[in-house]
Design a binder for this molecule. Structure first.
Ligand SMILES: *[C@@H]1O[C@H](CO)[C@@H](O)[C@H](O)[C@H]1NC(C)=O
Ligand SMILES: *[C@@H]1O[C@H](CO)[C@@H](O)[C@H](O)[C@H]1NC(C)=O
Ligand SMILES: *[C@@H]1O[C@H](CO)[C@@H](O)[C@H](O)[C@H]1NC(C)=O
Ligand SMILES: *[C@@H]1O[C@H](CO)[C@@H](O)[C@H](O)[C@H]1NC(C)=O
Ligand SMILES: *[C@@H]1O[C@H](CO)[C@@H](O)[C@H](O)[C@H]1NC(C)=O
Length: 467
């Protein structure tokens, strides 16, 4: 396949196809050329520049006035900003010679001006016009990765072809090529055109995991910068606790040429807009997650009254002990681990002794959101949420032994001797035990949180710019 290619914007670009099948000695020549609507074409009067006679172009008159130039020196007529109606036969005369050029015009129109939101479908309309019989074009399409795509093509008549593309994804953004071909007259031409698909770089379904009281950042990565989307658009982030529940708008945003402007909308939920964040990121930060902050967080874009959205499901885990506090010898404690649903189909909870206990791992049934374990020995326990074979989040809980500490204090106090000292000692123990329990509880929670961060990895737990 031989051809001359010009990679230009399709809707507004010119292409030239010239067939010089005749020898220059003939008095009459017939030529064929193709131009693209919006583009430019140059019609040659002759190949030889030795002729001095002034060329006369027959079709030059008024309808292309203001869009055309005759270059005497090269005996050329060039026409800019081509229109479908410019199709026709252009005759040039010099002396006894005549050159007839049949100008064939093609228009490629892209729906929505080539600016799409993710999941929208694109349509191409190819139109041609010519004074000679219209060729039956074969159309081949190549995507931004130069892979051949096989779209559905409707041929309304020889004049108009409609090409329907599948739903576009953000990664379809780039330069596409529409190749048109005909054997007679020979047309072999590539028309390139830009496709921009605005949307999110987040995965289709994103789950984010957090433990109660930790900080979490929900982040949507837009591709506007990446695809050099120049037009302004708006959007919002909203939250609803579950399907069917009332939706709360957390913030509105407005993106105009490189500028992001955000407005906080809700007081229902304690959240912040992080000050510094990567470009093209829309984020909300929950500095201290409550169990009831779980649910669907949706970021919605709006461009010319069309919408695209991406959801993040926040799953929160909490652990409680009953009775709370250190474990006395012979007693037992029930640890309850709970996550907010809904969970992935293959997700389950597991209580696992980390150290200090020889008990077996206890697992929940799939998709169960609550798991209890009753233990009678002190030690460190971990509740894990597992999806498939991935540990998504863990909460560590330290069950301490109370008896050792209390007995030690009682012995210490009785050695002191006097009844008064003993009585005072007892008072101290009582308040000491209370104080110690409080301190230990606080310490345990802090430890539990610290254990989380390194374990979780950035895909399921993110704590940036804490404080
Ligand atoms: C048109 O583009 C396709 C895909 O990029 C390429 O394979 C082909 O060689 C090009 N043809 C012309 C005539 O430039
Ligand atoms: C027109 O003629 C010039 C030489 O005068 C040549 O370089 C050019 O390729 C010709 N254009 C076409 C479209 O044939
Ligand atoms: C096709 O070109 C002719 C002139 O050659 C013009 O009269 C006609 O309107 C054009 N058709 C379209 C659809 O523009
Ligand atoms: C969530 O729970 C906390 C207590 O844990 C409560 O103060 C708050 O009002 C609740 N928020 C919502 C939105 O229900
Ligand atoms: C159990 O783990 C905790 C925390 O990692 C550690 O402080 C403690 O020393 C461990 N105990 C035993 C018996 O290994």
């Amino acid at each position: 396949m031989e051809s001359s290619g010009t990679a230009l914007s399709c809707t507004r670009a010119a292409l030239l196809l010239l067939h010089l099948g005749l020898t220059s000695s003939m008095a009459q020549k017939n030529e064929f050329q193709t131009g693209l609507v919006g583009g430019e074409v140059t019609l040659n009067c002759t190949e030889t520049s030795s002729l001095l006679t002034k060329p006369i172009f027959s079709k030059e008159p008024s309808f292309i006035a203001g869009r055309s130039d005759i270059k005497m020196q090269y005996k050329q007529l060039s026409v800019r900003d081509l229109k479908l109606s410019d199709a026709g036969i252009y005759t040039c005369e010099y002396g006894t010679h005549k050159v007839h050029t049949s100008l064939h015009i093609v228009n490629l129109e892209i729906s929505l001006d080539g600016h799409f939101l993710q999941n929208e479908v694109a349509k191409l309309i190819l139109t041609q016009n010519s004074s000679s019989p219209l060729p039956d074009l074969s159309i081949t399409l190549f995507d931004n990765n130069n892979n051949r795509v096989t779209p559905e093509i409707q041929k309304k008549n020889l004049q108009e072809y409609i090409v329907n593309l599948k739903k576009l994804e953000t990664m379809d953004s780039g330069t596409w090529v529409c190749q048109i071909h005909s054997d007679s007259p020979l047309i072999n031409q590539n028309i390139s055109f830009p496709v921009k698909v605005l949307g999110f770089q987040n995965p289709d379904l994103e789950r984010k995991y957090a433990t109660v009281d930790s900080a979490v950042i929900l982040s949507w990565r837009l591709n506007s910068q990446k695809i050099k989307w120049k037009k302004g658009f708006t959007g919002q982030i909203n939250w609803k606790q579950q399907e069917g529940a009332e939706s709360h708008v957390l913030l509105d945003f407005d993106i105009t040429a490189e500028q992001l402007h955000e407005t906080k909308k809700s007081n229902n939920l304690l959240f912040e807009i992080p000050e510094s964040k990567p470009e093209s990121h829309i984020e909300v930060k929950l500095p201290k997650v409550h169990f009831n902050h779980s649910g669907q967080y949706q970021c919605q874009l709006e461009y010319e009254r069309r919408h695209a959205q991406s959801k993040i499901e926040l799953v929160v885990m909490k652990v409680s002990a009953n009775p709370a506090g250190p474990l006395s010898r012979g007693a037992s404690v029930t640890l309850t681990c709970q996550v907010s649903g809904p969970l992935a189909p293959d997700a389950y909870l597991s209580w696992e002794p980390v150290n200090g206990s020889k008990m077996d791992i206890k697992k929940s049934k799939q998709r169960e959101v609550k798991l209890e374990v009753t233990i009678s020995t002190a030690g460190l326990w971990s509740c894990d949420l597992i999806e498939g074979s991935d540990k998504k989040i863990s909460f560590r809980y330290h069950v301490e032994e109370a008896s050792v500490w209390i007995i030690n204090v009682i012995i210490g106090a009785s050695i002191g001797g006097s009844l008064l000292a003993f009585a005072l000692g007892c008072l101290c123990i009582i308040s000491g035990v209370r104080w110690q329990r409080r301190r230990q509880r606080a310490k345990r929670m802090a430890q539990a949180r610290q254990h989380l961060a390194p374990k979780m990895g950035k895909d399921c737990f993110q704590e940036r710019g804490a404080g």
